[in-house]
Ligand binder design. Structure first.
Ligand SMILES: NC(=O)c1ccc[n+]([C@@H]2O[C@H](COP(=O)([O-])OP(=O)(O)OC[C@H]3O[C@@H](n4cnc5c(N)ncnc54)[C@H](OP(=O)(O)O)[C@@H]3O)[C@@H](O)[C@H]2O)c1
Length: 214
């Protein structure tokens, strides 16, 4: 499959390498291709870099992995025609540009309204699926918890898109919990705040969530 990754940071690069590992072709979109020259040298022949709109056009499936405050702007640069009808994995978090307080990040959204709902409302012909937002990049692809699979919480309005994302998560070594429609991103996005607290307070970034069930 062809995957367009919007975002050149550590998340974009990590997920791009994960998709390549499982036999996909990937184009990372950025406004600054020079940032990816080291990644390109090691990523192999299925890797390429382009502008945001080139990556969006390339992708049969798209990953959104840019700063939360830039998400709408980057989608606009990507071109709505290039997003239409496609699954967009939304890994973004709406983190405010201010320092955490005692390890607690601030969001520019509120508990009754998520970033992904804004993105979905703005691009109703694309199918956003929240995923990968509540774990650090180092654990996104085949995390090693000595045989225990962590849980990725996902949400989105389109069942087929969520099924595609569930298959990807299984390949990437995760179990998933489907929390329903886009509104559930109101609960998933703040998991990022919780996940980061041990990091900011104790420099511990090696955990992931698991939903225990009877
Ligand atoms: N880091 C993690 O472990 C982690 C884990 C889970 C979720 N997330 C979320 O995933 C997303 C990506 O995180 P990241 O750490 O990989 O990188 P990041 O530094 O949050 O984002 C880098 C990307 O955002 C774009 N960007 C930043 N500011 C912009 C602006 N003002 N206008 C247009 N584009 C802008 C950059 O564009 P250029 O390519 O043009 O430079 C780049 O592609 C974030 O929403 C983050 O909250 C991160």
């Amino acid at each position: 499959m062809k995957i367009g990754i919007l975002g050149s940071g550590v998340v974009g690069q990590t997920l791009a390498s994960g998709f390549i590992k499982y036999g996909n072709q990937v184009k990372i979109g950025t406004s600054n291709p020079a940032k990816l020259s080291d990644w390109l040298k090691t990523a192999g022949s299925n890797a390429s870099v382009g502008s945001f709109d080139e990556a969006a056009e390339f992708g049969e499936l798209i990953v959104l992995a840019v700063k939360g405050i830039a998400a709408l702007k980057v989608l606009e640069k990507s071109g709505s025609a290039n997003l239409k009808g496609k699954t967009i994995i939304d890994a973004t978090n709406p983190i405010e540009e201010s320092a955490p307080v005692n390890g607690v990040l601030k969001f520019f959204t509120n508990i009754n309204h998520s970033l992904m709902e804004d993105l979905q409302n703005k691009y109703p012909e694309a199918s956003f699926v929240k995923a990968f937002s509540c774990v650090g990049s180092a654990l996104m692809v085949n995390p090693d918890f000595k045989g225990t699979k962590p849980t990725m919480f996902i949400a989105g309005n389109n069942e087929k898109s969520k099924n595609d994302v569930k298959n990807i998560l299984e390949k990437f070594g995760w179990e998933y919990e489907d929390m329903g429609t886009a509104e559930a991103a109101r609960a998933i996005e703040p998991l990022c705040i919780l996940w980061c607290i041990p990091g900011f307070r104790q420099n511990d970034w090696t955990h992931a969530f698991k939903l225990l069930k009877k």
